[in-house]
Every structure is written in C-alpha cells, then in structure tokens.
Ligand binder design. Sequence first.
Ligand SMILES: *Cc1c(COP(=O)(O)O)cnc(C)c1O
Length: 388
Amino acid sequence: MARRRRPDTTLVTGGRRKEWRGHLVNPPVDRGSTILFDTVQELRASGPGLGRYYYGLHGWPTQWALAEALTELEPGAAGTALAETGLAAVTAALMAVLHSGDELLMVDSAYGPTRHFCDVVLTRLGIATRYYDPLATAEDLEALLGDNTRALFLESPGSQTFEVQDVPGICAMARRRNVVSLLDNTWATSLLFPAIAHGVDISIQALSKYVGGHSDLLLGSITANSEYYDRVQRAVWDFGHAAAPDDAWLTSRGLRTLGIRLKRHEESALTVARWLDEQPQVARILHPAFESCPGHEYWKRDFKGSAGLFSFALSGGDSAARDHLIDRLEMFGIGYSWGGFESLVTPAEPIRTASSPDWEGPLVRLQIGLEDPGDLIADLEQALGAYP
Ligand SMILES: *Cc1c(COP(=O)(O)O)cnc(C)c1O
C-alpha cells in the first residue's frame, strides 16, 4: 500500500498515471466518440469503467485522469463520476438513489436550480421533497424522518446565505437510520472539506467553480463511497451524462493550482469582509469564518479554511438601492457563477420555505477573485459612499 499523500501533493500527482500520460507531464486532451477494436472478440470483451476503453460516453484517459485525481483527494471514496455540468451532477446523483414514492429531505438553503429540479421534476416522478431549516441539528432531522424518507441532501455552507451544517453529525444519524446522505460541496471543495471522510455517502461538486477556476468551462463531479459509487456511475451513464474532453482537460489543469488559488481567495475574501464589517452601511457579514455566521462553530470544527464567496446584508435601503450600489461597482463583474480568477457580484435573493433568515436589509453576494484586495476595497468604498 502506498502511503496516503497530503492533499497539496495529490493536486500535483493525482491521475497522472504513466500509461495515461505517456512521456509527457499531463495526460493529453483526446477528442473522439468511437473506440475502435481489432476484433469482435475484443469488442465483446470490453465494457464501461475507469481504465477500460469502450465508447465515448465512458471516456478515456483525458476524463479518467480527472476522475481519479478527484477520488484521490477524498479519503474513503470508491470513485468519481463526471457529468457535463454541476447541475447534471446534482440531478444524476438524486436520480441514482430515489425511486417513485420516496421522500427527499432537502436543505432550505440549497442552490436554486437544485430546488427547481426537486419541485418540478421529482414531483412529476412521484418523489416528494420536504425542505428543512439549514440550522436543523441531527436530532431535529431525525425527528423529521418519515417511513418513506430515502435521502437527505445537504449544502454546507448554504447558497447565498452561508449557514454551515453539522455535516458529520447529520450524516452519522442518516447512516444509522438507513437514509443516504448527499452533499453539495462546491464551496469548500475536497481541499477545505473532504466530505467522504466526514461521513457523507455522495459528494457533489460543480467543477465549473473553483476546480476549473478560470470561468471558461462547465463540469460536475459525483464522488461516492463503496456503497453508492457503482449505482451513481451507472445512473450517470443511463442518463447519457458525460464530460467533454476539452472541459475535462481544462479542469485537470485547474486542479493543479487549486490549493494556491483557494488560499489567495480565502485571504483576500477575509480582508474584504473584515473591511466591510466596519462600514456603517453594512449590517452583517454572512461568511462561515465570521462568528456572526449561523453554524460558525461547525465551520471551525470541520473545515480547513474558507473560500472566496460570501454575502453581506446592507443596513437600511431597499433592493432598488442595493441594485444601484451593485451597478456602481467597477471591479466586480455582474453575473452568475463564481470560483474563477475574477471578482463578481450579484444581488442575493434567497428563496426560503422552511426557515426564516434573521437579518434585515438587502443582501449582496461577492466572489473575491485574485486581484489586489486593496483595489477591491477602494471600489467598494466608492460604491458604498453613495448608499443608500
Ligand atoms: C454553480 C453551482 C452548481 C451548478 O454548477 P453548474 O456547473 O453551473 O451547473 C451546483 N451547486 C452549487 C452550490 C453551485 O454554486
């Protein structure tokens, strides 16, 4: 048994098998659909799986190298399936474990399109979704389990509002009660929160964000333990999900620098958030590393750091004034997604049905990129100066 390497080393070595990269440092980007066999016997003997040439849907070293590196970053994981977007990874993972008549417990702070899929598609398939408060404890959630509850979905920290959940406690309870746990781990990545080691059965990442890191691709991953990996991979193929070679290759390239980029995102985001916290126009910072963040104690206990995405609540003003503030910013692109090298801003307008957030005032979400934080602060200062 090879000694398990530390994550920063795995970022460099992961997936770079000699038989996949040849004499070069990186596995190549190969494009194709058909795999050719020499004989019918060879064709018949083949099948899908990591390391087995079969058909374009199932990939070749360009995709396998990325999947293997992502698995290596998750102690306890059995494998990783790739899908063409983060959302496809979320929906394929849900479809892998849910059946008609089942109930899903979904965190109320989930990514919007995840919520939409549950409300529209799962409902149509006869699968009920019940939303729960992101601050619910394992005990609270155990009390919510019904006879048909099959799966419990977590997202920690939550989209837009950043509540941190007791992931290990909740997942241990779920396992005891024979309920599968799924986590959207896009904010933290495996580096800041190795999910499988914390008891999660199925961990999903939108690789479009930090792992890709350059705002130039869409891709998603599902990493699972040995109990669930086969059925997740099977569902991904059954729905025809695949990772395009160029996007997989770019994501592998992004992965090599994920560690240093995340550190810089973290430091700059903390610098900006601490500055914002002192401004009279700012009522509250919603950032897992701040004590004011619900679930901060879980972040402190479980996470190895923080990422570059957070929100803040403005003091006074209304959503129109908030929108004008955003329009005045010059260094921040206005647009969805995050995790790239550049700073972004969006209005945050969380949908909640099972919980009521306890702040007042409109919310702004910032993705802090790799620019000099001093320039970002100067920009925020000019924009806030005219608020409301
Ligand atoms: C962006 C995002 C997704 C979806 O990723 P895409 O690649 O854009 O489909 C899923 N979950 C979270 C938390 C996200 O931020």
